[in-house]
Design a protein around this ligand. Sequence first.
Ligand SMILES: Nc1ncnc2c1ncn2[C@@H]1O[C@H](COP(=O)(O)OP(=O)(O)OP(=O)(O)O)[C@@H](O)[C@H]1O
Ligand SMILES: [Mg+2]
Length: 468
Amino acid sequence: MKRGGLFDQLIRTYALILLITMMILSAMLYQLMQSYFYNETENVLLDRGREINLILNDYQNKVISSDVLTYELQSIDRSTNTRIWVVDTRGVIFTETGPIGERFGGIRLTEGEIKNVLNGQTVVKRGYFGGRFKMPMLTVGIPITTEKGITGAIFMHSPIRSITQTMMGVFHLVLFSAIISVITAAVLIYFASRRISIPLVQMGRAATDISSGNFDIQLDESRNDEIGELAHALNLMARDLGNLENMRSSFVANVSHELRSPLTSIRGYITGILDGTIPGEDREKYLNVALQESKRLTELINDLLDLTQIQSGQQPLNMTEFDINEVIRITVIKLEYRLNGKGIDFIPRFENDTLAVYADKARIEQVVYNLMDNAVKYSAQGCSIWVRTFKNKGKAYISVKDNGSIIKQEDLQHVFERFYKGDKARTDTSSGLGLSIVKSIIDQHGESIDVRSKEGDGTEFVFTLKAI
Ligand SMILES: Nc1ncnc2c1ncn2[C@@H]1O[C@H](COP(=O)(O)OP(=O)(O)OP(=O)(O)O)[C@@H](O)[C@H]1O
Ligand SMILES: [Mg+2]
């Protein structure tokens, strides 16, 4: 696994979160336990204090002897690990318990230490009790109350170290569980990060492949998460880029091919004329043919320029209102010579005399021309062409139909592609750009175009425009 990679980052983040959590938890636990322990010890000491008070009453009433008193106090000390001092009203310790080395008998406590207790208050203190102890103590001082009033004070000291030790034990427990947790997390994160990093590495490789021109990649899309989505997106991108690349190379090949054939024939005629292969009387005829070819070349280049311009969206549409029926009538006039030459019947079927649309007029003229040009071109002598316009739900529908030759079912999906030519068109001067220009213009308008072709019925193109 890579250094500084996904695993490293995840485990570091996790460890940091754990550390912060542990610190907060420990601090809170410490607080909680401390107050709990202090309260508990305080309560125990207060209970013992009351007990001792009774014993002292007995002692002062001479019910028990001084030996019994000492014995009783020492047994309390042993059972609760508490140093007990009994102090008279002057503050002098007259009875005490505790190890021999820690005896304070006869010592007089300071005014400040006993004043409040002798006034009847219960006092709780933490610390070394005026430096008298070597370890911190929790000290509880209570007054000795008898029928005669307050006759002294009882001080009970319980070492705090036992509390600290318990707390250390808990800290060790927390630390231990944190270590276990980090180890478990490391194992889990290792597998989780592998599940993420392996596909990421694969995608990285795929992206490198794509950038070096290999679009043939297939990433696993089966995962139901963002990684699956990303893989799907990359697959799509590779496929689209591959298609684009194919289109680009076939476009270049097609253009070169289309330009080469007229150029070759023009060169042939001119060479023939120059070297005298074409006799003098035929020269004019062949020069005319060369002129025709060069015109065709210009047309082809114009078509190509149009197409790239429309498809790149460089030229915005010049939207105006106009009558589409009028555009059709003018196109028929342009094609009249060829219609008459082929004896083709033009049959207009306009729902109304005019049909106002909102579109780029020059472009739509080109659409209508290209469609009607095809209808004439691919219809035999004596066929008919129907052009129908009508309005429906805010759209203008324009249908150009002929009963000439048919487009094969399997070719229908290709007719709008650049340089696509049917069998008949292959040999003549067609370039196969007409319908792709039509489609681009209609697409640019955000409208649609459909084609239908059926034996015995003919071929029909229908496109829509925004009606006014
Ligand atoms: N009305 C139609 N009837 C039968 N076939 C058609 C018709 N219109 C188009 N086609 C077929 O679709 C092909 C593509 O048409 P398109 O107009 O794009 O190119 P073209 O007519 O061959 O060349 P260009 O229009 O660039 O001179 C044609 O070659 C032809 O085979
Ligand atoms: Mg055409």
